[in-house]
Design a protein around this ligand. Structure first.
Ligand code: SAM
Length: 215
């Protein structure tokens, strides 16, 4: 079993094996240094896992909440290019929307994405259809609030992925970690989800929307 003493070494080993896809993701570190207001990206471990998941599921309809500079947006869009899918990406901060749009253009992925400048809750309330995957990485206060709407928008068998799921044990301040913890507990306790939590990045909670006839 991996213990705290060798966890960093394990993470460094895993990251040494991963390849950023698209390669433009490697340019983000410099961008974050230039724009310190931008919130941190999901990172290489989580983006690689979501890329893998999109391929395994052959996901074609995906929603992302919270793009910041677009690290996760580029990663999801590149994965969806291989499945012939599309991404709806929602971000409330105009500066971040502009940066995401520029980064998508530079990577040639703009046609894969409907980039919406708006509030996640308001945007979700207007969307129709059934989606294969939803990535929640917007404001942490929205995590428990948006769960029921995300559930409605997923198809049975669809996956809800929630970043920063380990904020509470990481000791992140309460106004951020408390709503994340509440949402994590709902995913594990509510009968309609089958949940797990991966200790990659800052924690990725994953919940599968059960088919109504299965437990
Ligand atoms: C942690 S960052 C997203 C990082 C991004 N997923 C990545 O991997 O690069 C969270 C983003 O969510 C946006 N945000 C916060 N509350 C929001 C809301 N209610 N609706 C839409 N976007 C929101 C913030 O402006 C911020 O850019």
């Amino acid at each position: 079993m991996v213990c705290a003493d060798n966890l960093d070494a394990c993470r460094a080993y895993i990251e040494s094996l991963l390849v950023a896809e698209p390669p433009e993701l490697e340019k983000f570190e410099a961008q974050y240094r230039r724009m310190p207001r931008a919130q941190p990206p999901i990172g290489l471990q989580v983006s690689t896992f979501l890329t893998w998941l999109i391929a395994v599921m052959q996901a074609r309809k995906v929603i992302e909440l919270g793009t910041a500079l677009g690290y996760s947006t580029l990663s999801l869009a590149a994965a969806l290019k291989t499945t012939g899918g599309r991404l709806i990406a929602v971000e409330s901060d105009s500066e971040m929307v502009a940066a995401t749009a520029k980064n998508l253009q530079a990577a040639g992925l703009q046609d894969q994405v409907d980039l919406i400048h708006g509030d996640a809750e308001e945007t979700l309330s207007k969307l129709q259809g059934s989606f294969d995957l939803i990535l929640q990485d917007a404001g942490k206060a929205s995590y428990p609030v948006l769960l029921p709407r995300c559930y409605q928008l997923l198809r049975p068998g669809g996956v809800f992925a929630m970043d920063d799921a380990l904020f509470l044990p990481m000791g992140v301040r309460a106004d951020l970690s408390d709503p994340v913890d509440l949402a994590v507990r709902k995913l594990f306790q509510e009968d309609c989800w089958k949940a797990t939590l991966l200790p990659i990045g800052d924690g990725l909670a994953l919940a599968w929307k059960k088919f109504s006839n299965l437990s």
